[in-house]
Design a protein around this ligand. Structure first.
Ligand SMILES: *Cc1c(COP(=O)(O)O)cnc(C)c1O
Ligand code: SF4
Length: 525
């Protein structure tokens, strides 16, 4: 045990501790307490603080004394504790603590700050599991749904557990949907109508994530087209590819990153798909010529260092084709990194087989692969999809999420925080949050105002880990960040910043631009 230094004149307490002691010994209304229980408690705490070699008992004593002062104006003297006793304990606390934290700093500053911070998340913690339950929390209900769907579709376990079984049994007509989900007649009629113009396809697995009896279920809204897609009408702006495709299958906004749209197929067709014009109308198998021309464009463009294989959904491609495509890319010297865009870990996680994982790992060993997915609600993450992500994350560089901000699906604090946390707990990093595009009037009913998204993203700072906070983006011929600035004022080199979690403003001295630009530094001084 550390023997505390004897307190003498030279004992230096910091200002926090001095202030705290002054507060404890401030005016009393009594120098004794007749609350016997309180006296016993504090006397016991004092004894423990004296004999222990830990900081905790000292903190507990000081906190109890502070409470006695604040609640009943009792000074430590009421418990037979002198200022000298407390100074001694303060010195001991600072000696024990590795970082020499003072008792005043801890009790009067750090603990109240931590407790104020706690208040910022209380509401979220109280509401997150009822307002935005994950598929992990709803797993029991989902398993019931799975049994019902398997029975109705006469699917064997082998069918259910294989990607081909999921695709063969995909739900693509309103009649099949009606057998699996209890929906009102007018809703079914409207789906029947809209599916004449827009394709619907849900894997039986994705269908099982829809909660029975919830009309605007967030999974159903993403996969079952509604009448608004037709009613919205309006002028459809030509798809991105029309003005951004310099070569077959290629979209390019940037000099060093481009996409290969390697398929137009997806396991499930999203009602908010940005590529509505290409995707899902009719499945197409692309020729080797098409891939060849796309690869030639990359081979001949030495600036390109990162390629995104997207679609559609990259994991719809058969393993053999993916392996070939990755091999071709890995053989291009100037190409350094790759990305694969896929929603399949949430729409048909059974696709993530060992053969695919081996292919990913082998190519990742040559040049880093990031898998980029899209999860918009925690309900889309089940133990099965979480396991798929865990496996992928072990075999690749990283897994990233690009969510779309959608009305009624993830446009509240509770829903968005829960989404980002659940994604993070599933070995995936929130990467982008897209403001839902204006380009396709078919899904304008899902759009959320820019500032609502800014509030949501801003609200996450300080409340969830920084690497679980996505960047907020508008897609308009490239990805444009929509973040709000927290620089309140820029006055010469004195800057005022705002803490997004509390609104508190802090001053932040900037470096002198003259010094930055002109002063020689380090070994060149
Ligand atoms: C999204 C996208 C990219 C990649 O953008 P990052 O900001 O690097 O994620 C590149 N090219 C096109 C055409 C895209 O749509
Ligand atoms: S998975 Fe992507 S490409 Fe496919 S329908 Fe959904 S948003 Fe569109």
């Amino acid at each position: 045990m550390n023997a505390p230094r004897q307190t003498t004149e030279e004992t230096k307490l910091d200002n926090y501790t001095e202030d705290l002691l002054n507060e404890l010994f401030a005016d009393s209304n009594n120098d004794t307490s007749d609350d016997k229980h309180l006296v016993d408690t504090i006397v016991t705490l004092h004894a423990k603080a004296m004999e222990s070699s830990l900081t905790g008992p000292i903190v507990a004593l000081y906190q109890a004394l502070l409470e006695a002062q604040q609640a009943a104006s009792l000074t430590p003297a009421a418990f037979n504790i002198s200022r000298d006793d407390l100074v001694q304990l303060a010195v001991k606390h600072e000696q024990i603590d590795e970082h020499m934290v003072s008792i005043g700093g801890r009790v009067s500053q750090a603990l109240p700050i931590a407790s104020t911070a706690n208040a910022r998340v209380e509401e979220y913690l109280a509401r997150k599991d009822t307002e935005a339950p994950s598929g992990i929390e709803q797993w029991e209900q989902i398993q019931e749904n799975i049994s019902r769907i398997k029975r109705e579709l006469k699917m064997s376990d082998d069918d259910w557990n294989s990607f081909s079984g999921q695709i063969r049994n995909a739900v693509d007509s309103v009649d099949t949907l009606a057998k699996l989900i209890d929906l009102p007649a007018d809703v079914l009629a409207s789906i029947a109508d809209v599916t004449k113009s827009y394709r619907m396809r849900l894997t039986p697995y994705y269908t099982s994530l829809i909660m029975p009896g919830v009309l605007n279920d967030p999974v159903m809204l993403q996969s079952v087209p509604t009448g608004e897609m037709i009613d919205n009408g309006g002028i459809e702006i030509p798809p991105v590819a029309a003005d951004h495709s310099p070569a077959r299958l290629i979209d390019q906004f940037y000099p060093r990153v481009l996409t290969i749209k390697a398929t137009n197929m997806c396991a499930m067709y999203c009602t908010h798909c940005l590529r509505l014009a290409h995707i899902g109308r009719k499945d197409k198998v692309y020729s080797k010529d098409a891939y060849g021309e796309a690869l030639d464009y990359i081979r001949n463009n030495k600036r390109v260092r990162d390629v995104l294989i997207t679609g559609g959904d990259a994991f719809v491609l058969p393993n053999s084709l993916l392996e070939w495509l990755l091999g071709e890319l890995d053989a291009i010297d100037h190409l350094k990194t790759k990305r694969l865009g896929t929603r399949i870990p949430v729409t048909a996680p059974m696709r993530i087989d060992n053969e695919l994982l081996d292919i990913l790992e082998a190519s990742n060993d040559k040049k880093p692969i990031r898998v980029v997915t899209q999860i918009n609600t925690p309900q889309e993450i089940t133990p099965v999809s979480q396991d798929a992500f865990r496996q992928i994350s072990k075999r690749t560089f990283t897994v990233l999420n690009q969510a779309v901000l959608l009305k009624g699906i993830n446009d509240t604090r509770v829903k968005m925080w829960k989404l980002c946390e659940t994604v993070h707990e599933s070995y995936v990093r929130p990467y982008y949050l897209f403001n839902c595009s204006y380009r396709n009037p078919q899904f304008k009913h899902f759009r959320v105002p820019i500032n609502v998204g800014q509030d949501l993203v801003e609200s996450m700072y300080g409340n969830i880990p920084g690497d679980a906070i996505p960047r907020y983006i508008a897609t308009a011929g490239g990805k444009i960040p929509l973040h709000r600035t927290n620089v309140v004022s820029l006055d010469n080199s004195e800057i005022t910043l705002r803490k997004p979690w509390s609104g508190e403003e802090v001053s932040y001295p900037d470096v002198d631009p003259e010094v930055y630009a002109n002063e020689a530094f380090a070994f060149r001084r």
